[in-house]
Design a protein around this ligand. Structure first.
Ligand SMILES: [Zn+2]
Ligand SMILES: [Zn+2]
Length: 81
C-alpha cells in the first residue's frame, strides 16, 4: 500500500518590495562631470542633505550658478557627518 500524497504546496512567496531609495550616497556617477564618483584622484566626495554625492570640485562649480542639487533639484546643503 503506497500512499501517494500529493501535497500541493503553493507557497506564495510574498515579494518584499524593497523600497529602493537606497540613495545613501549610492550614485556611482558624478552627474556633473559624468565620471565615476570614486575616481577622486584630484578631488574628494561630498554628500548633500539629499544623499547625493558629487566630487567636491564639481558641486563647487555647480553651486556657483545654481543652488540646487543637479540630480534631484533640491536645495543643496552639505551633509554633515
Ligand atoms: Zn564630478
Ligand atoms: Zn540630490
Amino acid at each position: 500500500m503506497d500512499s501517494n500524497k500529493f501535497k500541493q504546496c503553493l507557497e506564495v512567496n510574498k515579494i518584499n518590495i524593497k523600497s529602493y531609495w537606497d540613495w545613501t550616497f549610492h550614485n556611482d556617477m558624478c552627474i556633473i562631470c559624468r565620471g565615476n564618483i570614486y575616481d577622486t584622484s584630484e578631488s574628494y566626495i561630498v554628500v548633500g542633505q539629499c544623499n547625493h554625492a558629487f566630487h567636491y570640485e564639481c558641486i563647487n562649480n555647480w553651486i556657483r550658478t545654481r543652488k540646487n542639487c543637479p540630480l534631484c533639484n533640491q536645495l543643496w546643503i552639505y551633509k554633515k557627518n
